[in-house]
Design a binder for this molecule. Sequence first.
Ligand code: BES
Ligand code: MN
Ligand code: MN
Length: 465
Amino acid sequence: MEKFKDYIDKNSERFLNELFELIRIPSISALKENDSDTRLAAELIKKHLLNLGLNNCEICETPGHPIVYGEKIFDENLPTILVYGHYDVQPVDPLNLWDKDPFEPYIKKTKIHPEGAIFARGACDDKGQMFMHVKALEVILKHDGLPCNVKFMIEGEEEVGSNNLEIFVKNNKEKLSNDIILVSDTGMISKNIPSITTGLRGLSYMEVEITGPNRDLHSGHYGGTVANPINILSSMIASLHDTNHKITIPGFYDKVCEPTENEKKAGSLIPFSIDEFKESIGIDNEYGELGYTTIERQSIRPALDVNGIWGGYTDEGSKTVLPSKAYAKISMRLVPGQKWREISSLFSKHIKNITPKGVNSKVTEHHGGEPYVAPTNTIGFQAASKAYEDVFNLKPIPTRDGGSIPIIALFEKELDSKTILMGFGLDSDAIHSPNEHYGVSNFLMGIETISKFYYHFTNLYKSKY
Ligand code: BES
Ligand code: MN
Ligand code: MN
């Protein structure tokens, strides 16, 4: 393992060029017009897996975007690591806020990344992070050899809810059987403070449509006489939080597991500066549920946010119109205890209940997923901890993350195995935003950490079984 770093440093330019080739493919899973690109990304990953000598490499078709699979099984008595990641990316709008073409990666130095960061859509989420696993495998194969079995499963629909992966996992339990699942699709505390994500929030994603009059009306002739769907929707949305910023949907908190003293303590040990938090996103005050800290609000407490709202006239100049319809997309982040289907139906019922006379409401469920929490007393966590210590010279801190990767809870249910979330992204990487980026050193240190994980995990496994 001593030579890993040398090899990574010597080959870093090629690693980056290979990643750039993948990033240049605009594999936006949400947009139909990008379907052929999405497939090209899958094919390029398959090519990399084949070049590494993995067996049974295939592009598994689904009704949506394909899943790339490959494996190397050489001893049934050794543990098996299943690597999961996604090659799809979020849409790039608003395009005018990007400094350059989102799919033409370039390296630029930043305050946080003085060695340079890769700027492009997918640089961090998740092409950059997923590709670290491909390169870690190369590093391992070029040196001490694989100490265990490995399976790769890279999907193309994470950013749209992983519905087809869910079916694939349920239908391929034997093929996907493993001792530990390894994922890099989360973040770390800061560049020098490594952390391991031990929890993710669940998600329930809904859309609300309010219909008033059967056509857009003249807002002078009709204004003041009929319910305006946008006015109504706005007040309905405003009523979803009370003055303590608690969510008002009846039953919403009923099953929430309150944090234990240990969890509260773990949260308070995470290095965090509220001033840096505020400065980094340009706000003058934090905001959220009374009685909880910002770290708690963003990890162990649920949240409800409007992601988009539209209707009426939004183009240049003004048009006096009282719209027929108004829409909103709303996401709810869920914590242990809450079940996404239950929450979705509580939401739908509540919206129906608060819809006033004069308009009709329609609620659609987009997708969802359960929250996930991982124990820290496992050999998987210990192995990850050792790997980080080797590379960063610091013990990683366990943290609960606010984001969601819905398929992780499903892995636990269907494949009966835990996931280790070894993420190397930073909050400042602007994932899903214009000018997304990923530190070159995060990428390279990530490759090294992952490579070491394979050996620590196999050794701990052997000493345990
Ligand atoms: N990689 C993210 C999730 C993430 C980011 C977790 C940062 C923790 C820290 C993932 O690609 C993502 O964006 N997930 C979506 C959910 C999905 C169903 C659209 C999310 O969290 O919004
Ligand atoms: Mn991701
Ligand atoms: Mn994402």
